[in-house]
Write a protein that binds this ligand. Sequence first.
Ligand code: ARG
Length: 464
Amino acid sequence: MTSKTANSMWGGRFAEGPDAIMQAINASIAFDQRLYAQDIAGSRAHAAMLAATGILTNKDAEAIGEGLLTVLSEIETGKLQFRTDLEDIHMNVEARLKDIIGAPAGRLHTARSRNDQVAVDFRLWVRDQCDAAIAGITALMGAFLAQAEAGADWVMPGFTHLQTAQPVTWGHHMMAYVEMLARDRGRFADARARMNECPLGAAALAGTSFPIDRHMTAKALGFDRPTANSLDSVSDRDFALEFLSASAMCAMHLSRFAEELVIWSTAQFRFVTLSDKWTTGSSIMPQKKNPDAAELLRAKLGRIMGATVALFTVMKGLPLTYSKDMQEDKEQVFDAADTLMLALAAMTGMVGDMTANRAALAAAAGSGFSTATDLADWLVRALNLPFREAHHVTGTLVALAESKGCDLPDLHLADMQNVHAGITKDVFAVLGVVNSVNSRLSYGGTAPVRVREQIARWKAALAG
Ligand code: ARG
């Protein structure tokens, strides 16, 4: 099966058109139409530069610039029907431009190739997504900060191995995510700064013999500078891979809090109540309130990681410079970006709407012998025991409490003194969870004063 005519953009040496299946595997317009605004912006910058350098007449460049705006509005109002036989967004836009302005449209592609064209379009798109990710992460940081501020000194159990470890504060736990998200934000900012070089003007791969001004197009498109090696310019997709990698890291962080929410919202934990807005019911079990949003957020990393692995695999071993393999970059990045933005928005909503159950957190904070370390530390400080010995004495006291079915603060002084004669009633002061968290004053520790300092620092940073 062949379509009758050869491609009007490159079909000069072709007697017949591509097989229909070739068209199906080759065409990217179904997805790269998302790059229409970037494609038109890139072409307008290119045309203006061609006029400024005398490569095109002002008249032709103006017709091209105006015509491209018409194409833009036709696309935005849904008037332009994309054609699969024109392969991609670049040729669809140019063909429509030709319909509108006629002959001068054929001069737009002077000193340019689809190789540098797609590189600049895609960079512009990914750059916008970095900005969107930074904004989305900042909003989520704000939601965690608000939670931290509301419960800066609320006690809860801190876990290692998901076993009760030491009491911590709710504010401290929320602020842990602010730190993680701040690193994510930094990764997107770093990637954005690195990708902000303009590949336009690299042409097919070797540069061009026309006297173009790459600094001018770079500036017009908001890039810091043109890329410095034309071969690298058309073959580089590091910017997309960095975006995917940063997205995967961020989604991994979201999945960790999502998992905590799934656990915390169970009847067994009851640490948080998720709002009705972010949960669903069961069609058979009337009591259920399922944390579906949290579960989906826990899963989204799989998808983003899949995209990351897919694009690394596409790029692996590709010889310089452009190969059509690279057309497989876009769907992965589009899907990962959509997934990340949705995930950030959902997590921001869910964190903002969740209610921490202060009483349940406090009750859990005191169970599981959570102040055993405080007891051991007290033995070191008050009785000057070596820590190893203090650890052993405390272990014996924990076993004693366990056998009596009580918590450490419920032990009688006499029973404690049977384990170590030096213990005095002062020990009870360190067995309470509030004292425990208040004592963790080291920089970065869980004491409410330290937590409030971090909240203030981050609030100022987000405001500034
Ligand atoms: N649709 C192509 C892509 O996304 C554009 C570049 C095509 N270049 C080429 N020489 N065929 O990669």
